[in-house]
Write a protein of this length. Structure first.
Ligand code: COS
Length: 394
C-alpha cells in the first residue's frame, strides 16, 4: 500500500520494493481473518504465529539468528509497520513488539542469550515484550525505581512496571531496573525475565480505547539467574535508547500506514457520496481536506524513510532524525484520520467503521515510545548541541 512513487525513491533498493509488494498482498489476504477485537490475546497469538510461519518476523532479528539482513534493516521494519498498520493495528502491534522486545538482546546480548531469544521470536513461537515504563517513570526513564539487587547465584528484582505491551501473553520480557552503579540514567541495567520466574506476577490487565494486550507487572523478590543480565551493569539506559532509536521511526511508519488508510477511505467516500447534486469530491472544502492530508502524509513519509535510511547507512545515532519522524508522522496521522472522519460525517463515528477504528488506534502512537513532548526535548537538545559544535568550529 505504500505509494509506488515513494518506493521508487533512492531511499529504497529493489529488495524493498519486492518485499513491500509481497507483504501488502499477504497482509490484505491473511490478516483480517485472524483478528477478533474482542479477543486481543488470541488475535495477537494467531498473528505472531502466522507472521512467523510466513517468515515476515525474520525482519525482527539479525542475520546471525536467521534474520533477513545482517543488522536490523530499519527501512524493512518501517515498510512492514506501514503495510500492517494500513490493514490492521493489532497486526502492526504484534509485529512491532517482536522487534522492540528482542532488540536489546540482539544488539547487546551474549551469543547464548541471542540463541535462546531470537529464533523463537523469528519463527513466531514466542512472544516478546519490553518493560521500561513504571507508574512514576514513563517519559523520565532515568527516574525508574524498580530495583535489581545482586544476590548469591543471581539477581533479586523488586518493583512495578506498567503499560507493558504484550504484558500477560509474552514468553520473555526485557526488564529495566536500577542497579545503582550511579544515580539516574547511569545506574540502570537490563534483564531477561520469563513469566515462570518466582515472584513475577501480572498484576492488572489494562483496557484501553483501542484494545491491545497491555498489563501492569509486579516483581516481588523475583529471582533471576546470573545470566539474566544483558550487557554491562549500568548500561541499561543507553541500551534502551539505542533500541528506541531503531524502533521510533517504525512507530512513525505505523502512523503513516494508518494515515494512508484513512486517506484512501476518505477519498473513496468523497467520490461515492453525493451531496448538493454532485460527489463530495467536487466540493472545494473536501478537496482542501484531501490536499492537506496528501501533503502531510508525503511529508511524513520522507521523514520516516530519511531516518530509516540514515540508520541503514550505518549512522551510529539517529536520535534526532528518529524523534522528528516520530513526532511529525504521528501528529500528522492523527489529523489525517480526524479529517477522514469529517468526510464520512456521522458514519465516521459509527462503531465498526474503519475510520472510527483508526481514530482510536492512532491516539496511543503520539504517546508510546516517547510522547511528542519528549521528542521535542530530544530534537531541541540535538539542535542546541549541533549549534554549539558549529560555534566552536567557526
Ligand atoms: N543512544 C545511545 N545512548 C544514548 C541515547 C541514544 N539514543 N540517548 C541517550 N543516551 C545516553 C547518553 O549519551 C547519556 O550517556 P552518558 O551519561 O554516558 O553521557 C545517557 O544515555 C543519558 O542520556 P540523557 O542525559 O539524554 O538522559 P535523560 O534522562 O536526560 O533523557 C529523555 C531524557 C527524555 C530523552 C529520555 O528519558 C527519553 O527518551 N524518554 C522517553 C522514553 C520513552 O520512550 N518512554 C516510553 C517507554 S517505551 S514504550
Amino acid at each position: 500500500m505504500l505509494p509506488a512513487d515513494l518506493l521508487a525513491l533512492p531511499f529504497f533498493e529493489d529488495r524493498h520494493r519486492d518485499y513491500a509488494a509481497r507483504l501488502a498482498e499477504w497482509a490484505a489476504r491473511e490478516v483480517p481473518p485472524l483478528v477478533d477485537h474482542h479477543d486481543v490475546d488470541g488475535s495477537c497469538r494467531r498473528l505472531v504465529a502466522a507472521m512467523g510461519a510466513a517468515r515476515w518476523l525474520r525482519a525482527c532479528v539479525p542475520g546471525d539468528q536467521g534474520g533477513l539482513t545482517e543488522n536490523l534493516d530499519v527501512r524493512t521494519l518501517c515498510i512492514t509497520r506501514a503495510t500492517l498498520g494500513y490493514v490492521e493495528g493489532l497486526a502492526d502491534f504484534a509485529f512491532a513488539m517482536q522487534g522492540l522486545g528482542t532488540g536489546v538482546i540482539s544488539l547487546f546480548g551474549t551469543a547464548a542469550q541471542k540463541a535462546a531469544a531470537c529464533p523463537p521470536v523469528r519463527d513466531g513461537t514466542a512472544i516478546a515484550a519490553f518493560a521500561l515504563s513504571e507508574p512514576d517513570a514513563g517519559s523520565d526513564v532515568a527516574a525508574l525505581s524498580t530495583t535489581a539487587t545482586k544476590v548469591d547465584g543471581g539477581w533479586r528484582l523488586d518493583g512495578t512496571k506498567t503499560w507493558i505491551s504484550n504484558g500477560g501473553i509474552a514468553d520473555r520480557y526485557v526488564v529495566f531496573a536500577r542497579t545503582g552503579e550511579a544515580p539516574g540514567a547511569r545506574g540502570i541495567s537490563a534483564f531477561i525475565v520469563t513469566p515462570d520466574m518466582p515472584g513475577f506476577t501480572v498484576a492488572e490487565r489494562i483496557d484501553v480505547i483501542a484494545p491491545h494486550p497491555l498489563a501492569t507487572l509486579k516483581f516481588d523478590d523475583c529471582r533471576l539467574p546470573e545470566d539474566a543480565l544483558i550487557g554491562k551493569p549500568g548500561g541499561g539506559f543507553a541500551m534502551a535508547m539505542a533500541n528506541l532509536d531503531i524502533f521510533r521511526p517504525t512507530v512513525a511508519a505505523a502512523a503513516l500506514g494508518m494515515g494512508y488508510r484513512a486517506l484512501d477511505e476518505a477519498t473513496r467516500r468523497a467520490k461515492d457520496r453525493h451531496m448538493f447534486g454532485a460527489p463530495l469530491a467536487d466540493l472545494q472544502l473536501t478537496q482542501a481536506s484531501l490536499a492537506d492530508s496528501v501533503a502531510e502524509l508525503e511529508a511524513s513519509a520522507l521523514l520516516v524513510f530519511r531516518a530509516a535510511w540514515a540508520k541503514d547507512q550505518g549512522k551510529p545515532r539517529i536520535t534526532k532524525e528518529a524523534a522528528i519522524a516520530k513526532m511529525v508522522a504521528t501528529e500528522n496521522a492523527q489529523k489525517v484520520i480526524d479529517r477522514a472522519i469529517q468526510v464520512f460525517g456521522g458514519l465516521g463515528v459509527k462503531k465498526g467503521e474503519k475510520v472510527e477504528e483508526l481514530y482510536r488506534e492512532i491516539r496511543a502512537l503520539r504517546i508510546y515510545e516517547g510522547a511528542t513532548e519528549v521528542q521535542k526535548v530530544v530534537i531541541a537538545r540535538a539542535h542546541l548541541a549541533e549549534a554549539e559544535v558549529a560555534k566552536v568550529a567557526g
